[in-house]
Design a protein around this ligand. Structure first.
Ligand code: SAM
Ligand code: SF4
Length: 454
């Protein structure tokens, strides 16, 4: 029964938006020079074939939501916009200097913080500045995260004019008690207005983020939130488990007490009920946490086997290279990862010295590349295969031995040269990936680094 399985497998574990996961990066063997050279190799191999992806982190928010785990800076001073945009464009130019041809932009995502903190004119300046020295791929996908309280018609129009067709709105929960506890008052009318406006202007995919496991949240509240979601029928839906990570410095998860959070049992019930309701409404589960209507590209890419996962979560297509701009952004060359400094002041300082503002990263070795592929296969296709010559790694026999118990619980099927995750096993795909994560197996963390898997 699902409840027993959730009780058994609900442990702290990575979300595998990267492998190796950030706490296991080897910063000692990493250097900025190695990172640049891995990106240049990747760019040469892939730019003309599939293009590259861009992630731009826009960190400002006017008000702090006390559940939020993102990297953000709270301010009401909009004078911060211009210097930040100039800095991001400077960083982009430092990357452009490395490339011997114009980048072809296949995907671009603006995340935050709150991208709609910036004025429509400034957002246009930013995007035009980025695209001035680049080519836009034919079947490009540009998307952004909007706060329903401050996304205006002008924001949506400005970004539409420069190619954006997808927006995702943070909704979290519609109940007032929950909203007060997370310091985020956001009536249904605001979400409806922002959703309707996007559709009116011509956005082809509108997404909502909702969360279970929030302070004071009951089953009834989750039910009510999904009913309201049904009324607006977003094309995509993220149904996140609240990640309680108060040990991450300065994330502001202090506006409520731990005892205000639902018990593990109640959280599990919220998750199960939520999933059932979403299926009834017509949503299909995509990998982990994500749901989509059959008309959305996330669903069609899952059907065609082209679903991909990176630091932005699930995406409809894969590019080998992803450049992350802005504070705290992570870039991925497939052969290496690099993360930017998290403080805005440090970011400005390094750019002033014409330095790419990276402060840590990881260069993948052969074993990392093999495990990375298995984890990506499991997260996106729910199966993975190997032969003696391909994708085999030394500890595979131990991994398979560990997975025996999950097989007995009906979560997966172990074949001679492959593993298939069953329908019942899909909610536990993080646990299955953990058996492949040889770095985690070799050294379990001494303190809790990751949120719970459910
Ligand atoms: C950058 S915010 C979205 C854009 C905008 N800032 C807003 O709040 O509407 C990204 C999303 O991450 C999710 N999120 C943030 N902190 C979280 C946490 N601790 N646990 C689970 N999801 C979280 C929320 O659903 C949120 O909508
Ligand atoms: S949830 Fe969004 S608006 Fe709230 S603090 Fe986080 S990034 Fe800012």
């Amino acid at each position: 029964m699902l409840s027993n399985l959730v009780n058994k497998y609900n442990i702290a574990g990575p979300r595998y938006t990267s492998y190796p996961t950030v706490p296991y990066w080897n910063n000692e063997t990493f250097s900025l020079e190695k990172w640049k050279s891995s990106l240049v190799t990747s760019f040469k191999e892939s730019n003309s074939k599939e293009g590259i992806s861009l992630y731009i982190h826009l960190p400002f928010c006017e008000s702090l939501c006390t559940f939020c785990g993102c990297n953000k800076r709270i301010t009401k001073q909009h004078s911060v916009e211009s210097p930040y945009i100039k800095a991001v464009l400077k960083e982009w130019h430092l990357y452009l200097d490395l490339f011997d041809e114009k980048p072809i932009i296949k995907e671009m995502h603006l995340g935050g913080g709150t991208p709609t903190f910036f004025s429509p004119d400034n957002l246009k300046l930013l995007i035009n500045g980025i695209l001035k020295d680049a080519v836009v791929a034919e079947n490009y996908e540009f998307s952004f995260e909007g706060h329903p309280n401050n996304t205006t018609r002008e924001h949506l129009q400005a970004l539409y004019d420069v190619g954006f067709r997808r927006v995702s709105y943070g909704v979290q929960d519609y109940n007032e008690t929950v909203q007060k506890a997370i310091h985020r008052i956001q009536p249904f009318e605001n979400v409806k207005r922002a959703t309707d406006l996007a559709r009116e202007i011509g956005y082809t995919s509108v997404g909502h983020d909702i969360i279970f496991g929030l302070p004071f949240q009951t089953l009834e509240h989750v039910n009510e939130t999904i009913l309201k979601t049904k009324a607006l029928l977003p094309d995509r839906l993220a149904f996140y488990s609240y990640a309680h990570v108060p040990w991450i410095k300065g994330n502001g998860q202090r506006g409520f007490k731990d005892t205000d959070l639902p018990s593990a049992e109640l959280k599990r019930e919220q998750y199960e009920m939520g999933k059932e309701l979403l299926a009834e409404v017509g949503y299909h589960e995509i990998g982990m946490d994500h749901f989509a209507l059959t008309t959305d590209s996330l669903y069609t890419s899952m059907q065609s086997g082209s679903l991909h996962r990176n630091f932005m979560g699930y995406t409809a297509s894969k590019t080998q290279a992803m450049v992350g701009l802005g504070v705290s952004s992570i870039s991925d060359s497939w052969y290496g990862f690099a993360q930017n400094v998290k403080r805005i002041e440090d970011y400005y300082e390094l750019l002033k010295e014409n330095k790419i503002p990276v402060y840590r990263g990881h260069i993948l070795n052969e074993e990392d590349l093999i495990i990375r592929k298995h984890i990506l296969n499991l997260m996106c296709q729910f199966k993975t295969t190997w032969t003696q010559d391909q994708l085999y790694f030394k500890e595979l026999p131990e991994t398979l031995l560990q997975l025996k118990e999950m097989e007995a619980d009906g979560l997966l099927i172990i074949n001679r040269n492959s593993i298939e995750v069953t329908k019942a096993g899909q909610p536990f795909v993080r646990n299955i990936c953990m058996a492949f994560d040889v770095l985690l197996q070799r050294k379990q963390p001494d303190v809790q680094l990751f949120s719970m898997t459910v």
